[in-house]
Design a protein around this ligand. Sequence first.
Ligand SMILES: [Zn+2]
Length: 268
Amino acid sequence: MPELPEVEHAARELARATSGARIIRAKVLHPYVGRNLRKASLRRLAGRSITRVDRRGKHQLAVLDDGALLHVHFRMTGDWELSSTTDELPRFARFVLDLDNGSRIVLSDPRALSTVEVLEPGTPLATVLGPDAVSEQFDATHLRAALSRRRIAIKPALLDQSVVAGVGNIYAAEALWLARIDPRVPASQLGARDVQRLVRAIQRVLSRGRDGSGRYTTTGSARLNVYDREGKRCARCGTAVARIIQAARSTYWCPGCQVSPAPRAKRP
Ligand SMILES: [Zn+2]
């Protein structure tokens, strides 16, 4: 599943591939992926160029030369595939941009859960997003305030994009492991030091997605400590990694060393 580093990489790839070119035509090849895209919006992409591509959380926002935004979210299995207008379309092509320089940008998505829409100038994203996980606005003060209002467990709270934008299931598990925080603890019960550690842990796991040159890569998965490691020994304490279901998603964690915060003393 594309997480923040992969989406950042994809956004840069899209920017590079479209730089200096105009869109000749845009096509939707799957009704679900294009469900928010009106025919008129699709037609108006022709003749436009993409001036830059921003990323907010896991949303890609391609800024068109007339101020409109092409908004793309990969969800579970989306990715860009770059080819040329004379190539055959890949099997899972769901959305296509043909450019006047002969390049073709394909949104390839086996499960077809991605979304593509055009936002007219001035139209905000429908999703409320918290600060981006790798921005300066994301700090312990923000996170503590955001968590203090939530009674749900910390793991699903981290997946709430209005708390912090860009943390997905893999990196939420890895960050909680790094910060030694029990994923089942109610979000509002984390103390200042827990939150401080958690912010640093999130920043660390997300920066591991980058290679030595500072570029984001998708090869960081070799260094996962708990995610998808049920039954294997924790690298820190040797306890078997456990898996539980929280908010319909798998949570991998170590019951041996993810013990923070300590349970509150029972009141008489
Ligand atoms: Zn452990």
